[in-house]
Ligand binder design. Structure first.
Ligand SMILES: Nc1ncnc2c1ncn2[C@@H]1O[C@H](COP(=O)(O)OP(=O)(O)OP(=O)(O)O)[C@@H](O)[C@H]1O
Ligand SMILES: [Mg+2]
Length: 318
C-alpha cells in the first residue's frame, strides 16, 4: 500500500524579513528608511518542502516553532502551499527563528535569531512519523545543533523504516565544517551539497576528488554548481550536466533548494539518475526567474509556462 506522504522533510524553520531599496547600511546610533519590505517564508528546508508540494507531491514537514505570530505565519504559508504541518512542534519555551536582511544594491547584510530551530533533535522524531512517507529529506545541519553527532541515527532510523533518503547540509556559519560523513553517508541515498560546501566538508580543492571521496559512501552524489549546472557521481562515473541557463536572473535565493525539490520529485518516481539531474537543473533555473525561493512556484500551470517560454522544456512537470 502506498504511504500517506511522498516526502517527509525534517529541518529548520524561520521567517525572512527583507528590507529592500535602502539608501545605504545604517550606522550605529542613527536610523534610515527602507522603501520596501517583505516578510516571507525563509529557511532552506521549507523552500524545498513548499516547492515539492507545488510540483504535485504529498509533503509533510517536521520542525520546531515558537508559539508566536512568526510561527503562525510559517504554518499558514506551508499550508497554503499544500504542505502538511501537523507534525510541526510548537514549543512555548522558544521563539520562532527569524532572519532580518538588509538589501542595498547587490550587497546584503543579514542577522538571524535561530530560536526554536536550535532545540529540535533526534528525541523529537518518532520512527512512526518516518514510516508515513516514502522518502526523508534533511537540510541545514549546521543550523540545527540538536542533531550534532546524531544525524546518522536519524538517517539510520529512516533506512530501518524502509524509506529512501537525501541530505543537503547547506552552509556552516561557524565555518568549522564538523560533520562525520563516514558515519552518515552510508544511510544517505542522495547527497546534494553545492560545490563550495562539498570542498569545505571533504577538504579537497578539486571538485572531482571531493566527489569521488564521498561517492564511494553513498549511492548518488549530486553537486550544484550555480550557473554552470550540476555534476553527479554514481556507479563510478561522473556526469556533468549543463544548466537551463537564465541570463536574466532575478535572484538565486532558494535555487539550490528548488534543485533538490526537482531531483527528489523525479527520484521517488524511479526516474533515471540523468533525468532526476536534468529536472533538478530545470527547477533550479525556474527558481531564478522570480524573487525568492518560492515565487516561481505558484501552481503547475505557471511552472509549466515558465519551463516552456523561458527554457524550451516541453516535458512533463508533475
Ligand atoms: N543563472 C542560472 N541559470 C540557470 N540555472 C541556474 C542558475 N543559477 C543556478 N541555477 C540552477 O540552480 C541550481 C542550484 O544553484 P546553486 O548552485 O546556487 O545552489 P546552492 O548554492 O545550494 O543554492 P541555495 O542558496 O539555494 O542553497 C544549479 O545547480 C543550477 O541548476
Ligand atoms: Mg544550498
Amino acid at each position: 500500500m502506498a504511504r500517506e506522504f511522498d516526502v517527509i522533510v525534517v529541518g529548520e524553520l524561520n521567517v525572512d524579513l527583507i528590507f529592500n531599496q535602502i539608501q545605504g547600511f545604517p550606522e550605529v546610533g542613527k536610523e534610515i528608511l527602507s522603501n520596501d519590505m517583505t516578510l516571507t517564508l525563509g529557511s532552506s528546508s521549507a523552500i524545498c518542502a513548499s516547492n515539492l508540494s507545488s510540483l504535485g507531491l504529498k509533503v509533510a514537514f517536521v520542525g520546531k516553532l515558537g508559539n508566536d505570530v512568526f510561527g503562525q505565519f510559517i504554518i499558514d504559508e506551508l499550508n497554503s502551499a499544500g504542505v502538511d504541518t501537523s507534525m510541526i512542534i510548537i514549543d512555548d519555551k522558544y521563539k520562532t527563528g527569524a532572519t532580518v536582511a538588509l538589501s542595498y544594491d547587490e550587497e546584503r547584510a543579514m542577522i538571524t535569531h535561530q530560536g526554536a530551530m536550535s532545540y529540535m533533535g533526534l528525541d523529537d522524531i518518532d520512527p512512526k512519523q518516518l514510516r508515513r512517507a516514502e522518502h526523508l529529506h534533511f537540510s541545514s545541519y549546521f543550523f540545527q545543533p540538536g542533531f550534532k553527532n546524531s544525524l546518522h541515527r536519524l538517517f539510520e532510523m529512516a533506512k530501518n523504516e524502509g524509506i529512501t533518503t537525501s541530505l543537503d547540509v547547506q552552509w556552516d556559519p561557524s565555518e568549522t565544517w564538523e560533520l562525520n560523513l563516514e558515519q552518515v553517508l552510508p544511510f544517505v541515498d542522495v547527497f546534494i551539497p553545492n560545490e563550495v560546501e562539498l570542498k569545505k566538508l571533504t577538504g579537497f580543492s578539486s571538485i572531482d576528488q571531493a566527489i569521488e571521496s564521498v561517492g564511494i559512501k553513498c549511492n548518488y552524489v549530486v553537486v550544484k554548481c550555480g550557473s554552470r549546472g550540476s555534476v553527479m557521481y554514481y556507479d563510478d562515473k561522473l556526469v556533468p550536466q549543463k544548466p537551463f541557463l537564465n541570463k536574466n536572473v532575478v535572484d538565486t535565493i532558494g535555487a539550490g533548494d528548488s534543485f533538490n525539490a526537482g531531483f527528489i520529485s523525479r527520484f521517488i518516481k524511479g526516474a533515471s539518475p540523468e533525468d532526476c539531474q536534468e529536472f533538478g537543473n530545470l527547477i533550479g533555473a525556474i527558481s531564478t526567474t522570480e524573487a525568492g525561493g518560492t515565487g516561481a512556484f505558484n501552481n503547475l500551470d505557471e511552472i509549466m509556462k515558465i519551463a516552456k517560454d523561458r527554457f524550451n522544456y516541453y516535458g512533463s512537470i508533475e
